[in-house]
Design a protein around this ligand. Structure first.
Ligand code: CP
Length: 316
C-alpha cells in the first residue's frame, strides 16, 4: 500500500511497516483535535456510513466520534435486524453495498461472517473499513493499539508482547499480522481449543516472527512489555447476536491478569484489552499504572480520524 486514497482497510496483511508509520504520522497531526475535544472541518463535505451487523459499543461509536471530530456527517445502522438484510428478504451484501455507497463517502462495516467486508468492497466504489468480521480480523483495533504502544514506549522495535486468551479472536489475528513488520517477540498463551488458526500460523512462520507458546502467563510475564488480552469466555462470533444463557464458565488462572500477577511484571508493562471483559481481567488492575485499556479508547478515535482522513484524501 503506498497511497491510502480510496483504499479499503480490510486486513493488516496489506500493511507494510511504512504504511503503519504513515498512519501514525497522521495520528500525531490530528490528535490535538481529540485531545482538546474540538472539531475540525477537514471532512466537512464528507459522510460516513456505519453498517453494523453485529453488536458494538466502542468500534461503532469511536468511528462516529472520529468522523464528527473531522466535521463530517454520519448515517447508518447498528442493528441489521431493522434493515432488509435482517428480515424476510435477507438482502445480500452485493445489493446492500451496491446501494449504501450512494449514501456516503466511506463505510465502516462489522459483520459476523469472515470475509464479508472484502465481499462488500467488491460492490462498493467507496472505501470499506473493516470493523471486525466474524473470527477474521479487526484491523482498526490493531493499528490503534500499536499506536498506543508507540506513544508510550517511543518505539515498537525490541518489545515483547504476550497475546493471551482466545487466539481465534479477530484482534489476535490482526495483531499477529501487524507485529511481523516490527522487531517484536510474541509469547502466546491460550486454552487448548482456542489456538491460532492455521492461516495465521502459516503467515507468522513465513515472516519469521520470533514467537513461542507458553502454558501459563506467569512463564512470560517477567520480561513482557505489553499484554494483549481477549476473554476465553466468549460469544460465538459467527452469529449476528449471541445472548448469554445460564452459566458461561470461568477463566482458568493460566490466562487471568490480576493485580497480584502484575507485581511480577516490569514496572512499565502495559495491559491492553479491547473490551468488553469477563473475569479474565481483574478490575483491581484498573487502579494500577499497567491499565491501558481506557487509553486504547482515546487512541481509537485518533486512529480512526487518521484512517478516514487518509482514505478520503484529506491528508494526501
Ligand atoms: N473493541 C471492540 O471491538 O469493542 P466493541 O465490540 O464494543 O466494538
Amino acid at each position: 500500500m503506498r497511497s491510502f486514497l480510496g483504499k479499503d482497510i480490510i486486513s493488516l496483511k496489506e500493511f507494510g511497516r511504512e504504511d503503519f508509520y504513515r498512519v501514525f504520522e497522521v495520528c500525531d497531526r490530528l490528535a490535538p483535535f481529540a485531545y482538546e475535544r474540538r472539531n475540525s472541518d477537514l471532512l466537512k463535505h464528507k459522510t460516513l456510513v456505519t453498517a453494523f451487523y453485529q453488536p458494538s459499543t466502542r468500534t461503532r461509536l469511536s468511528s462516529e466520534a472520529a468522523m464528527i471530530r473531522l466535521g463530517g456527517a454520519v448515517t447508518g445502522f447498528s442493528d441489521a435486524k431493522m434493515t432488509r438484510a435482517g428480515d424476510f428478504y435477507q438482502e445480500s451484501i452485493r445489493d446492500t453495498f451496491g446501494m449504501l455507497e450512494f449514501y456516503g463517502d466511506a463505510i465502516v462495516m462489522r459483520h459476523f461472517e469472515q470475509g464479508a467486508p472484502a465481499e462488500a468492497a467488491r460492490w462498493s466504489s467507496v472505501p470499506i473499513l473493516n470493523a471486525g468480521d466474524g473470527w477474521g480480523e479487526h484491523p482498526m483495533q490493531g493499528i490503534s493499539d500499536l499506536y498506543t504502544v508507540l506513544k508510550h514506549k517511543g518505539t515498537l522495535d525490541g518489545l515483547h508482547f504476550i497475546l493471551d486468551g482466545d487466539l481465534r479472536m479477530r484482534t489476535m489475528h490482526s495483531m499477529s499480522y501487524a507485529v511481523t513488520e516490527f522487531d517484536i517477540t510474541v509469547s502466546y498463551v491460550h486454552p487448548p481449543d482456542m489456538g491460532l488458526p492455521d492461516e495465521v500460523k502459516q503467515y507468522i512462520d513465513e515472516r519469521n516472527l520470533n514467537y513461542r507458546f507458553v502454558e501459563h502467563i506467569e512463564e512470560a510475564i517477567a520480561d513482557a512489555d505489553m499484554i494483549y488480552m481477549e476473554p476465553v469466555v466468549q460469544p460465538d462470533y459467527t452469529k449476528a447476536r449471541d445472548e448469554r444463557s445460564g452459566d458461561v464458565g470461568r477463566t482458568p488462572d493460566n490466562y487471568k491478569v490480576t493485580r497480584e500477577l502484575m507485581r511480577k511484571a516490569k514496572s512499565d508493562c502495559m495491559v491492553f484489552h479491547s473490551l468488553p471483559r469477563m473475569d479474565e481481567l481483574e478490575t483491581a488492575v484498573d487502579k494500577t499504572r499497567h491499565a491501558w485499556y481506557w487509553s486504547e479508547a482515546y487512541y481509537a478515535v485518533v486512529t480512526k480520524m487518521a484512517l478516514m482522513a487518509l482514505v478520503l484524501g484529506a491528508m494526501e
